[in-house]
Design a protein around this ligand. Structure first.
Ligand code: GFB
Length: 323
């Protein structure tokens, strides 16, 4: 368990954000800029995190004091289902290489990032940290989940055997600035934002939603996540992973309605039930973080508005126009 005495001071530390070009990594770089620490990043061309020799050479050369392991192969429900080999292998390799190299280099603090899909498909809701490994996983993302569970276990193993201060955080479904809007690989929120925006631009009367629209999901704005991760880096040192979320959930149908309101489109939704629903419900129990003194700040609608503003500002018209 964390105690005030275990606080890790970030001032003056060299902090490596592994995966700094992704949505989570770039939010972390923005957030850590307020911490008076030195932020280290490694470009993909210089270091392939799936290659142990690359990772060890980079670590020997740059000697970070702390690491946030935000690098991962991620994607939405179909990407997970269609690329089991990459979701399992790439994530296992990245975690094993970075965590082992961190121990080897004497890194003082490492924060590993998992996902709420580590919990059993039918675990009691809200999902408590203790639900890990109590039942079968959701089949569409078990490859990714197995890799993320292995990452938690790696942190625990190096902590137990070598006393490393390696911790794990399990975020709920994320969205925000820097998200992936590619319809084949993305998660639901950016996918629906792009589809609804395109429908408005092309005056299309309908937008397709995968599945039944009834699954419940919890969405955390990525800048809130980055703030929660900095909080954990500073204040938490323990073997058990910690959930990060909002504690609120919404059906996919209601999410689509809110996005349509923000975008300003008033058509109809059609449901493609040949596509999977995935897990019926995935609500985090966030009481542990709350007891430690951290809660998420951004309301879903405000987060969607900020994400849509960013989407309009950064995506060229030619790309935005395509469905
Ligand atoms: O966000 P999503 O892909 O991930 O899908 P999961 C959430 C729900 O939205 C599912 C529905 O019920 C989808 O069927 N959905 C509706 C859509 N329309 C769309 C659409 O156009 N695109 C997408 N992508 N979904 C992922 C896991 O599960 O969550 C990962 O596969 C990871 O491993 C991630 O844990 C956070 O919440 O179902």
């Amino acid at each position: 368990m964390s105690t005030a005495a275990e606080t890790f001071d970030l001032r003056g530390r060299r902090v490596w954000v592994a995966g700094h070009r992704g949505m989570v990594g770039s939010a972390l770089v923005r957030r850590l800029a307020r911490e008076h620490c030195e932020i280290l990043t490694a470009d993909r061309q210089a270091v392939d995190l799936r290659r142990q020799a690359d990772v060890e050479a980079w670590m020997d050369a740059h000697r970070p004091d702390a690491i946030v392991l935000a690098a991962a192969r991620v994607g939405g429900i179909l990407a997970n289902d269609r690329h089991p080999a990459e979701f399992l292998y790439d994530n296992l390799a990245i975690e094993a290489n970075v965590i082992h190299a961190a121990w080897r280099a004497g890194v003082r603090k490492l924060l590993f990032l998992g996902s709420s899909c580590i919990y059993p498909k039918l675990a009691p809701q809200p999902l408590q940290e203790s639900a890990l490994l109590t039942g079968p996983l959701e089949p569409t993302n078990e490859w990714y989940a197995i890799a993320k569970i292995a990452g938690i276990k790696l942190c625990q193993a190096y902590r137990r055997q070598y006393g490393c201060d390696f911790i794990s955080a399990m975020p709920t479904n994320l969205y925000g600035v820097g998200d992936n809007f590619d319809l084949a690989g993305s998660h639901v929120l950016p996918a629906l934002m792009r589809k609804i925006h395109t429908a408005r631009e092309t005056r299309a009367p309908t937008v397709e939603i995968w599945g039944s629209g009834t699954p419940l999901r919890e969405f955390l704005f990525v800048d809130d996540l980055a703030d929660g991760l900095v909080f954990l880096l500073r204040n938490y040192s323990g073997e058990e992973h910690v959930n990060i979320g909002t504690g609120s959930e919404v059906t996919i149908r209601d999410l689509a309605r809110t996005i349509a309101e923000v975008v300003g489109w008033t058509g109809e939704f059609v449901f493609d039930t040949s596509k999977p629903d995935g897990t019926p419900r995935k609500l985090m129990d966030v009481s542990r973080m709350a007891r430690m003194g951290w809660t998420a700040r951004t309301e879903l609608r405000a987060g969607i508005e900020a994400t849509y503003r960013w989407y309009l500002e950064t995506t060229p018209e030619t790309v935005r126009g395509h469905g």
